[in-house]
Design a protein around this ligand. Structure first.
Ligand SMILES: [Zn+2]
Ligand SMILES: [Zn+2]
Length: 256
């Protein structure tokens, strides 16, 4: 079992205070963190970007104690208005893994409380269109938490199925860009969207998608590798026997 958590945050993300060490002490395999990069963030009213130099130095230092099992990652939050600055920031930096996300629309983050009272029929298509644009615009490895924009709506599978033509177009683009589909443990278990993942995994597979990754999206040790055994079982039931991991942007399939 070489599979490791591929969606994780530390204090290099604006919304986490976690340190690397507890993750490294809790797990003896590879540890990668995927730190938030959210420009024009409406949550903080600023640009949130990980300090790449400090991040790299911290990892180099930790490798002296923990060995060569720490990887560099980033979670790129796409927003169209900042496209040029996003690409410019990424241009001179290297990462083992890049997650691609949409967290906000310039006005609000999709997890802001008041979103729960907004109209899903307006919010969901707009969010899916943002994702389509992100996938077409930003080179990355992983298509993260497809459900982020509607986590607060408590959708049933049949609610989500009404958007299937749009989801199909989106997943076709995900596949065409060789992005792995992320099974996000936080979405599945902390936002109760496991059934939506069950449905979306089937749709992605039916369209020819073969690359899967599991991430806890943990911002603290308590969420590290959250419910991974349950998610392994779910994927096994669907005939999936390998997950994709990334080092220096290169994919490697690992059995699990
Ligand atoms: Zn995210
Ligand atoms: Zn995240």
């Amino acid at each position: 079992m070489n599979y490791y958590d591929q969606h994780l945050h530390t204090h290099f993300s604006y919304d986490s205070e976690a340190d690397f060490v507890p993750y490294l002490e809790a797990f003896d395999g590879m540890v990668v963190t995927t730190e938030h990069f959210d420009l024009a963030n409406p949550v903080t009213h600023q640009d949130d970007a990980p300090d790449y130099q400090a991040y790299s130095q911290t990892i180099d230092e930790l490798k002296k104690t923990y060995g060569n099992r720490i990887l560099k990652g980033i979670e790129i939050g796409y927003i169209a208005s900042e496209k040029e600055r996003i690409l410019a920031y990424l241009a001179d930096k290297t990462y083992d893994i890049k997650l691609l996300s949409v967290h906000h629309n310039g006005q609000f983050d999709y997890l802001d409380d008041f979103v729960a009272d907004m109209n899903p029929q307006e919010i969901i298509p707009a969010y899916l269109s943002q994702l389509e644009e992100a996938v077409a615009t930003i080179p990355a490895n992983v298509f993260a938490h497809f459900d982020y924009g509607f986590r607060l709506f408590n959708l049933s599978v049949s609610d989500l199925q009404t958007f299937e033509p749009h989801l199909t177009r989106l997943f076709q683009a995900v596949i065409a860009h060789d992005l792995a589909f992320e099974v996000n443990a936080k979405s599945a278990y902390l936002y109760n969207n496991l059934a939506l993942y069950d449905y979306a995994i089937d749709l992605y597979q039916a369209l020819g998608g073969t690359l899967f990754t599991i991430g806890s999206d943990g911002h603290k040790l308590a969420h590290f590798r959250l419910h991974f055994d349950d998610l392994f079982d779910l994927l096994h039931q669907k005939g999936i026997t390998e997950l994709v991991t990334y080092q220096n942007g290169k994919p490697t399939m690992v059995k699990f």
